[in-house]
Design a protein around this ligand. Structure first.
Ligand code: CMP
Length: 141
């Protein structure tokens, strides 16, 4: 991936509540190109591996349970300054603190079920995209 990109997940509560379409529309309207995307379900083991950095925290077990509770949509999103711009679009991790109009403010149910994930650094975007997408899937465009 030569260009600036971030990695995102539409979480199980948002997929379950039929918010995938409205969330994707907002992502496109904000100027991001969807470079790769797929819907999948994570096993507990896969969710534990993805969130390994949070292992041992009080919310870890609940987070793993939730993230493996149903399908998610994983994406690689391209834009200038993608990581920072996407975090502005989704808002604060806690929807109660997220600004009006942000994706989490609009679609999150709680701090845990906060509708969407966005990488917090270009380094993590690369790492997280690599967890879900092969080189073949990432380099088609
Ligand atoms: P995200 O930043 O996408 O990835 C880590 C997730 O852990 C975060 O979204 C929240 O869904 C969840 N999380 C973080 N802090 C807490 C917390 N204090 N209680 C419950 N869930 C949390």
């Amino acid at each position: 991936m030569e260009e600036d990109f971030t990695f995102a997940i539409i979480k199980p509560n948002a997929v379950r509540n039929k918010h995938t379409g409205p969330i994707l529309a907002r992502i496109n309207e904000a100027g991001f190109n969807i470079a790769a995307m797929k819907m999948l379900s994570m096993s507990r083991l896969q969710a534990e591996a993805f969130y390994d950095v949070h292992r041992g925290k009080p919310f870890f077990d609940g987070l793993v349970e939730f993230m493996s509770s149903g399908p998610v949509v994983v994406m690689i999103l391209k834009a200038e300054n993608a990581v920072e711009e996407f975090r502005k679009l989704i808002g604060n991790t806690d929807p109660a603190k997220a600004e009006e109009g942000t994706i989490r403010r609009l679609f999150a149910a709680s701090l845990q079920m906060n509708a969407i994930h966005g990488s917090d650094s270009p380094e993590n975007a690369r790492k997280e995209a690599g967890f879900f997408f092969s080189g073949f899937e990432r380099f088609w465009s």
